[in-house]
Write a protein that binds this ligand. Sequence first.
Ligand SMILES: NC(=O)c1ccc[n+]([C@@H]2O[C@H](COP(=O)([O-])OP(=O)(O)OC[C@H]3O[C@@H](n4cnc5c(N)ncnc54)[C@H](OP(=O)(O)O)[C@@H]3O)[C@@H](O)[C@H]2O)c1
Length: 202
Amino acid sequence: MKFGFIGAGVVAQTIARHVLPYGHEVLLSNSRGPDTLGDIVSKLGRGASAGTPQQAADQDVVVLSVAWARVPEALASVPDWSGRILIDATNRINPDNPSDLGDLTGPTSSEIVADQAAGARVVKAFNTIPMQWIDDASREKPRTVLFISGDDGRAKKALGAVLEEVGFAAVDLGTLAIGGRQQQVGGPLAGLNLTLKDRFVL
Ligand SMILES: NC(=O)c1ccc[n+]([C@@H]2O[C@H](COP(=O)([O-])OP(=O)(O)OC[C@H]3O[C@@H](n4cnc5c(N)ncnc54)[C@H](OP(=O)(O)O)[C@@H]3O)[C@@H](O)[C@H]2O)c1
């Protein structure tokens, strides 16, 4: 699978390190242009490249991995989201006041993302855990549970299959409205570290 990333920081690089050893490809982008990503891409190695946000969105799936405050401009840099699988890894955090989660009773954060990316097939994933918990990208790593939510079953299935292949346990929580609320910041599954001891016994 070809992964595009809008945002080339900790989340993008961590996911990239997990999928690259299995033959998947990654294209990272940021707001400053591909030329600024040379060191990161060469460190990631074979299968990694840099591009623009539009090029990231043109991959099989595109991961939104920018700070919440940058979400509107990042999504606006791709004029047409129709049909694209958009993995929302963001957390709705106010950097000026991280402990103030705001009003959590309205639309979920991924529904807000979906509203700003009309026509995209949005799947919420990767947001529930700090990336240092999955820093080990080796084939021997512990099998960590990653929650996914979304309204498009085929998009969730496609992502879930890759997650399982690269050594995670994907748990589908349902829709962006219901599952998204469970896994977003402030929900009961945010910050939950579940690791299966034996990869082959379920
Ligand atoms: N770090 C974690 O452990 C973790 C875990 C789960 C979820 N999250 C969430 O995932 C998101 C990303 O976190 P992170 O830790 O990866 O952040 P980060 O390390 O600060 O990286 C953010 C990236 O976004 C880029 N960016 C900013 N504006 C952009 C734009 N308009 N278009 C394209 N790229 C843009 C930044 O590069 P430039 O500024 O150079 O453009 C940078 O490469 C956040 O919402 C965070 O809450 C983080």
